[in-house]
Design a protein around this ligand. Structure first.
Ligand SMILES: Cc1ncc(COP(=O)(O)O)c(C=O)c1O
Length: 473
């Protein structure tokens, strides 16, 4: 593609993106396709001869777009939104054009130095200590894996050379509400799923520190080494917050690592009024926050912070001859702080987003989302047939339809059906979770353009669907 051709087709793509943003609400938020339908529409074999960009773009709109669930739709209230923004798209376009691979400093000095700079901004904004080191990973799952690998290295210094074989068992402790990525890290790090001990929670789904202490004592007596405690601020299911300051103190007294998973809720640390949920996290050994969840930055962008830069480097650094450079001692080599060698220029989009909105602009939007969620929670609370099942510290409401005479599995089915009915209408998309033993619905605000009207629509459609479903019962 010549630069001239690129300008023509690039212009058309940008126009398409503009009109897509303008008209995104014309699409059903949840894709309306059957499993396998998109593949059936794709040509069976790859083309032997090149095709024109107009054919590609036509197939993009005709074949691919119907199979898209629109995370850009302001009615996207499921999971945690990976809320992008215009400046994020612009930066992604530029990063794709530059296509640098910032594996070592010299393979693109600006990519390394911008990452260090922007991650430093974020550490300050999130209230982490100024000596915190940060690095961008693709996802929170990777960030937690990398942090826990450093924790394992601390607990078993010999593991880097010898592996875990023959060493005493080690364990990671986390709450029953923690994300599955903690267990996946346990699998990947050779601790196994049984090496991740789930701890019970209190009535507000916060880790029970008393139970944790008992388990730590029991394990110590059994010769099991504590590798790390993983606290969550903003759990996936109910957005509950573990008592980080207490867990920091426990981690210190058992000489173990404290990792904080704030993949979603970390954005709220920008707000002084949310400080109570993050109390003590500046003392944590590592912290993960995903700007691609609630900071308007395109997926993928996950910030991993640690107070143990050198330990993290020792965990992963392994430099083959071809990557040795004369300036290595003076610069940061990002490949040393994680598994991947090659890395995208992810800091560019975060830099664009922070500069475009400004810190106050970002704060205002996060605040607005929390307010929208609280209004929604208020509507749930006012209706006697609906039950809110968890506090709303951030922008997520967990609730269920609970008419007095429908219980047990029937109540679960009823809630699932209500959700499917609403999702089928195409205006909003919500997801479910299980709290205690019951299926619950979840509405999470994170999209830049979600407004009160979308929340009202969601509530109206939920009530209509509940009414329709209850009739035959
Ligand atoms: C609390 C928490 N941690 C980790 C993750 C995993 O995030 P990622 O998709 O970035 O790996 C999620 C995903 O929703 C989450 O809610």
């Amino acid at each position: 593609m010549t630069p001239e051709e690129f300008e023509i087709w690039g212009g058309r793509v940008v126009e398409w993106i503009g009109s897509y943003f303008r008209e995104v609400e014309a699409h059903p938020v949840l894709a309306r396709v059957e499993p396998g339908e998109i593949r059936r529409r794709l040509s069976r074999d790859p083309p032997l001869r090149g095709q024109s960009p107009s054919d590609l773009l036509e197939d993009f709109t005709e074949v691919i777009l119907p199979g898209i669930t629109h995370w850009n739709h302001p009615g996207f209230l499921a999971y945690f939104a990976i809320s992008g923004s215009g400046p994020g798209v612009l930066a992604e376009m530029l990063a794709a054009a530059l296509n640098v691979n910032a594996m070592v400093w010299r393979t693109s000095p600006a990519a390394t130095e911008l990452e260090e700079h922007v991650v430093g901004w974020m550490a300050g904004l999130l209230g982490l200590s100024s000596s915190t080191f940060g690095v961008i990973q693709d996802t929170a799952s990777s960030s937690s894996l990398v942090a826990l690998a450093a924790a394992r290295h601390r607990a078993y210094p010999e593991v880097r050379e010898e592996g875990l074989f023959g060493l005493p068992r080690g364990r990671i402790y986390t709450s029953q509400e923690a994300h599955s990525s903690v267990e996946k890290a346990g699998i990947a790090l050779g601790l196994g799923r049984r090496g991740v001990q789930r701890i019970g929670t209190d009535a507000d789904f916060r880790m029970d520190t008393g139970e944790l202490e008992e388990v730590l004592d029991r394990d110590r007596r059994a010769g099991i080494r504590p590798v790390a405690i993983v606290a969550t601020v903003g759990t996936t299911s109910t957005t509950s917050c573990d008592p980080v300051a207490d867990l920091v103190a426990l981690a210190r007294s058992y000489d173990t690592w404290l990792h904080v998973d704030a993949a979603y809720a970390g954005a709220a640390a920008l707000l002084p009024e949310c400080a109570e949920h993050f109390k003590g996290w500046d003392e944590a050994d590592s912290v993960v926050v995903n700007p691609h969840k609630w900071l308007f930055t395109q997926v993928d962008c996950s910030l991993l912070f640690t107070r143990h830069r050198e330990l993290l480097r020792r965990t992963f650094s392994l430099t083959p001859e071809y990557l040795r450079t004369p300036e290595a001692e003076e610069v940061t080599q990002l490949m040393d702080y994680g598994l991947a060698l090659g890395r995208r220029f992810r800091s560019l989009k975060l830099w664009f987003v922070i500069r475009y909105f400004g810190v106050e602009g970002i704060r205002a939007r996060v605040r607005e989302h929390i307010e929208l969620a609280r209004q929604f929670a208020g509507w749930v609370d006012e209706d006697a047939r609906w039950l809110r099942v968890a506090p709303v510290p951030f922008s997520t409401v967990v609730f269920r339809f609970a008419p007095a005479d429908v219980t047990g599995k029937e109540a679960d089915e009823l809630n699932r059906s209500i959700m499917e009915d609403v999702n089928g209408r195409g205006d909003v998309f919500l997801s479910h979770t299980r709290v205690g033993d019951r299926v619950c619905l979840r509405v999470s605000v994170g999209h830049l353009r979600t407004e009160r009207v979308h929340m009202e629509r969601c509530w109206e459609q939920l009530r209509e669907a509940a009414h329709e479903r209850l009739r035959p019962l």
